[in-house]
Design a protein around this ligand. Sequence first.
Ligand SMILES: [Mg+2]
Length: 345
Amino acid sequence: MLKLATEIVPVHTTHPFVISRGGASEWRTVTVRVRDADGAEGWGEAAPSRFYGETPESVVAAVERFQDAIGDLDAWSLEEAEARMHRALRFNGAAKTGVSAALHDLAAKRAGLPLWKLWGLDPAKAPPSSFTIAIADDDAVLRARIAEAAQYPVLKVKLGSPRGLARDQQIIRIVREEAPDKVLRVDANAAWTAKGALEIGELLAALGVEFIEQPLPPHDLDGMRFVRDRSPLPVVADESCVMASDVPRLAGVVDGVNLKLAKCGGLREAMRLIATARSHGLLVMAGCMIETSLGITAAAHLAPLLDCADLDGAALLSDDPYAGATITGGAIRLPDGPGLGVTRR
Ligand SMILES: [Mg+2]
């Protein structure tokens, strides 16, 4: 018998976190707790995404539905639990992942092993994590943010500024000026047109940017293919790729996919997405929402399977209530404790 519980947790970013769709400094995420008949507990995080129509309240309501759907299972029924959640409700990836992560935490705790070990993974294989530079209107603010990110060798630069392509060009020039030797990646969060993406693509290539993430709206796959065929830089799909079943249609359209636990709806679904992407010859990165170390650590356990990682969600917070995986100096370090290995601060 599994008992599910939720707690809405307000957190704050050190700086306003602004992307093409807007931003904020205060965020609310949801901690999911799963308790088994003997009182053993697992924890997971559901970081709701407004883009996918989720709020903390919708997460709480979804988890209440999942109580009925999976309450009779035990913590070992990981595949069945995810399958039942998918049947009980469409979408709601954040809520599903919160429950899935809590079940994985509980199962690995019962096994007495860190999750990565139960999965047979080598933490030393984890790629470095990038650190995100959010959109800033003011050049001095932007320069200060880049200086503050000095410890991170890989920067992910948010573009798609409301001030348009000219501002995006200024932003990336400033970042390259301030960080002449760093690996730079760019994320337009669906804000560009194909014409705009090709126009700025030349500059991005000249500045040595590694790849472009989601230049166009999620459903414009023809446009994404058009950009990828003509752009000097690889293109990675984020908003266009939610679950494993999205991957086949992205083959030949983009060069890689950005997996996020909060989108795909579970750790097993994430594994399936990685395997599907690999079988289609796509590179695999994993990203995150603004989330605490609880959610970031669940994703970090998958890191040895990735080509690129962007797991800075908790590093952007000033009041992370949890301790787990870290990205100090950009190096992903996985905890050694059983389960996810996450503790309350
Ligand atoms: Mg993205």
